[in-house]
Design a protein around this ligand. Structure first.
Ligand code: FES
Length: 348
């Protein structure tokens, strides 16, 4: 189940620039969508299904700003209306394909999967993107064979850093014992916490003085359905035991992560990470995005294995522990939004 009246990330904007006339197929929240750019650079998100015999329009060709189906040659404009049917002059009224509202923001392409009369650009989650002049952010992508609920629960339960990312990001029980200030928002959850006196992650240690310890101030916001934005600031280990760190700021970073569900079994995971211009050091943004993939891959392996087992044993997830609290909040907000949409649909 997926919220309908919501923006879903369809990828990084540069994914749609590489090849002229490229048609990019996506499955988003259970629907088949094809994206392309018009001659003026504007994006079009079109249902990837010909109304004639359901051929994939992404297997067709771009003609001007329209798409010609590769099976029997029907031509559709960027407004979804059929312009031409080879072999006949009459074009039936219903010869149309659905067009989805699409917006580019913060380096991501967003598609509105719901009622076009309810489009609300204000619902696009806040993020610091790779084009921001004050930041050096790198981007990447991976597909994950899991249900998106498991990813949004995982991303908000940062106690997992102690365990899943023991060898890459964690290696200390500071995350398990962190005191998290958690705020439930109308469409998400924000978590704030500080961890103190940590060693640097192994992949970045060579860039800093040997044996250096740091305090880290985390501000994390998850927006339903599937976006997770992290503002992560590292300081030299200070003397404060409560409140913000009081050491020297050595690293100011943002990471934007979108875990777009294709369907119940797959997620397209688009992520960025990098540093502010003021705190970056040579090679660090590349180290974060390329040194961290083992950590991102750990976030792939665990939810994939979980989902496989949950499908085999749907009633087997009975035990709760204290550290579930943060991870359970985002699925609860998701359920509230799904229930509200279902109630609105019933009322209509
Ligand atoms: S399936 Fe597209 S024109 Fe026939």
């Amino acid at each position: 189940m997926f919220p309908k009246n919501a923006w879903y990330c369809a990828g990084w904007d540069h994914d749609f620039n590489m090849i002229a006339n490229r048609l990019v197929p996506r499955e988003i929240a259970g629907e088949l969508v094809m994206l392309y750019r018009k001659a003026d650079g504007q994006m079009v998100a079109m249902e990837d299904r010909c109304p004639h015999r359901q051929a994939a329009l992404s297997l067709g060709t771009k003609e001007g700003d329209g798409i010609r189906c590769g099976y029997h040659g029907m031509l559709f404009g960027p407004d979804g209306k059929c312009r031409e049917i080879p072999g006949q002059t009459k074009i039936p009224e219903r010869a149309t394909v659905r067009i989805y509202p699409v917006v580019e923001k913060d380096g991501w392409v967003w598609v509105w999967m719901g009622d076009a009369t309810k489009v609300d650009p204000a619902l696009i989650p806040f993020a610091v993107g790779p084009h921001e002049p004050g930041w050096v952010l790198k981007t990447d992508y991976m597909p994950v064979n899991t249900n998106y609920r498991l990813e949004i629960a995982n991303l908000m339960d940062l106690s997992h850093l102690t365990w899943i990312h023991k060898a890459t990001l964690g290696g200390t029980d500071a995350y398990t014992n962190a005191k998290v200030k958690s705020t439930v928002l109308e469409r998400g959850v924000r978590n704030e916490f500080v961890v103190r006196g940590l060693p640097l992650p192994a992949f970045a240690q060579h860039l800093f003085p040997k044996g250096m310890l740091i305090d880290i101030d985390y501000h994390v916001t998850c927006t339903i359905p599937c976006t997770w934005v992290l503002h992560f600031r590292a300081y030299t280990a200070g003397t404060a035991t409560e409140g913000p760190p009081n050491g020297q700021l050595i690293l100011d970073t943002w990471s934007g992560q979108a875990v777009t569900p294709r369907n119940e079994d797959w997620v397209d995971y688009y992520f960025s990470w990098g540093t502010s211009v003021e705190t970056t050091i040579r090679g660090l943004p590349e180290t974060l995005i390329h040194g961290a993939p083992p950590a991102f891959l750990e976030n792939k392996a665990v939810p994939e294995a979980q989902w496989k087992r949950m499908k085999k044993n749907p009633g087997g997830n009975r035990l709760r522990i204290a550290n579930d609290a943060d991870g359970n909040k985002t699925p609860a907000v998701l359920d509230k939004i799904l229930a509200a949409e279902a109630a609105a649909a019933m009322a209509a």
